[in-house]
Design a protein around this ligand. Structure first.
Ligand SMILES: Nc1nc2c(ncn2[C@@H]2O[C@H](COP(=O)(O)OP(=O)(O)O)[C@@H](O)[C@H]2O)c(=O)[nH]1
Ligand SMILES: [Mg+2]
Length: 268
C-alpha cells in the first residue's frame, strides 16, 4: 500500500520541517506532498532543501503562485496523488492541530474496513482544544445539522483530517467539486457516501495553534452553513446523474466566489 499525506501550507515556516519529520518517522511508510501557495515566509524553500538533502524520494511539492485557498489546494493534491498512483491519500494541516501519529489509525481503517477514514473531533464528545466557545459551537452544530439534513452517518462532517482510498477520489469527479473552505470538506464526504463508500470515524483530539477571535456571531455562521449545504446538495444529490450535474454545474469561481471563508477562515 502506498500512502501519501497532502499538507497545504501558507506561511508555515515554523512548522513545516517538524511536521514532515513527524510523518516520516512514523513506523509505517508515508510520502508527503506539500501544496504551497507562494508563502511569503519562504516555506517552500525549507521543503525544497529537505527534498534535496533528506527525503529525496518521499517528499514532494506543488507550488502555486498565490493564496488560492484550501479547497483547490486539496483538489490539486488529489489529482497529483492519482497521477502518481498512490493507494491511500490523506489530508492534514501543517500546524499540528492534527496529530501526525493519528495517521496510523486512519491508515488501518482504510486497510481494513473503510474507504474514507475521518479524524473526528466529535466522535466521542467534543475533543477540541484552544477554540473559543463560539467557534466550537458553530462547528459542532454545523456537523449536527449536516447529519440531520443529509442522513449521512458522520459526526464531524467538516473535518479536515481525512484519509481516502484512491478509488474514492477516482470516482468523485474532482473537477465538479463546487465548494471551497469547510463546505469543501462536507461535499467530499457527502459525495463519497452517496456513491456508497464506507465512512469510518476515528476519534482524535484537535488542538488549535492558538485561540482565534471569532466575531461573526453564531446565527450568521449557521446561515452560511445552510447556504453552502443546500448549494452542495443541489449538485451532488444524484451521483448517478453526474453528467446532468455537469451540464448545470457552475465553476467554483463564479457562483461560490467569496463564500469560501465567510468569516475569514476555512472553518468550522
Ligand atoms: N496551500 C494553501 N494552504 C493554506 C491556505 N490557507 C491555509 N492553508 C493551510 O491550511 C492548513 C489549515 O489552515 P489554518 O490557518 O490552520 O486553518 P484553521 O485551522 O481552520 O484555522 C494549514 O496547514 C495552513 O498552512 C491556502 O490558501 N493555500
Ligand atoms: Mg489550524
Amino acid at each position: 500500500m502506498s500512502r501519501l499525506v497532502i499538507i497545504p501550507t501558507y506561511n508555515e515556516k515554523e512548522n513545516v520541517a517538524a511536521i514532515i519529520e513527524a510523518v516520516m518517522s512514523l513506523p509505517i511508510e508515508f510520502h508527503v506532498l506539500i501544496i504551497d501557495d507562494g508563502s511569503p515566509d519562504g516555506t517552500a524553500n525549507i521543503v525544497k532543501d529537505l527534498m534535496a538533502t533528506t527525503y529525496t524520494d518521499r517528499l514532494f511539492i506543488v507550488e502555486r503562485s498565490g493564496k488560492l485557498g484550501l479547497g483547490t489546494a486539496y483538489i490539486a493534491g488529489f489529482k497529483w496523488a492519482l497521477a502518481n498512483n498512490y493507494d491511500l491519500i490523506f489530508e492534514m494541516d501543517c500546524d499540528f492541530s492534527h496529530n501526525p501519529d493519528d495517521l496510523k489509525r486512519l491508515a488501518t481503517r482504510l486497510e481494513t474496513d473503510a474507504d474514507v477514514a475521518i479524524g473526528s473531533r466529535y466522535g466521542r464528545g467534543v475533543n477540541v482544544v484552544n477554540w473559543p466557545l463560539s467557534r466550537l459551537l458553530m462547528s459542532y452544530f454545523a456537523s449536527k445539522y449536516v447529519k440531520i439534513v443529509t442522513g449521512m452517518p458522520v459526526c464531524d462532517a467538516t473535518a479536515g483530517f481525512v484519509g481516502y482510498k484512491a478509488e474514492v477520489l477516482r470516482k468523485i469527479n474532482l473537477d465538479r467539486v463546487q465548494m471551497v473552505g469547510y463546505g469543501f470538506q462536507i461535499e467530499m464526504k457527502y459525495t463519497a457516501w452517496k456513491h456508497g463508500f464506507r465512512i469510518a470515524e476515528e476519534s482524535i483530539i484537535f488542538i488549535d495553534r492558538f485561540a482565534v477571535q471569532f466575531d461573526g456571531g453564531y446565527a450568521a455562521g449557521m446561515d452560511k452553513v445552510q447556504d453552502l449545504l443546500f448549494d452542495s446538495l443541489e449538485h451532488q444529490q444524484d451521483p448517478g446523474d453526474l453528467d446532468a450535474a455537469a451540464r448545470t454545474a457552475r465553476t467554483s469561481t463564479d457562483k461560490h466566489q467569496g463564500k469560501q471563508d465567510p468569516l475569514g477562515k476555512a472553518w468550522p
